[in-house]
Design a protein around this ligand. Structure first.
Ligand SMILES: [Zn+2]
Length: 52
């Protein structure tokens, strides 16, 4: 019995997600988070290089 990491639904199987749709949404979420982290990173770097 597994529990979906996306919607929290219990289901039979060892997968992390109950459905491909949940997995895709989760991956999109992670990609969005990484994108934001990179954005914050580059603005931070820009701030530092401006200081020099
Ligand atoms: Zn799910």
């Amino acid at each position: 019995m597994g529990k979906c990491h996306r919607c929290g639904k219990s289901f039979n199987g060892d997968e992390k997600f109950c459905h491909d749709k949940c997995r895709d949404e989760h991956i999109l979420d992670i990609e969005k988070r990484i994108e934001e982290a990179v954005k914050n990173d580059s603005s931070h770097t820009r701030k530092i290089s401006r200081g020099f």
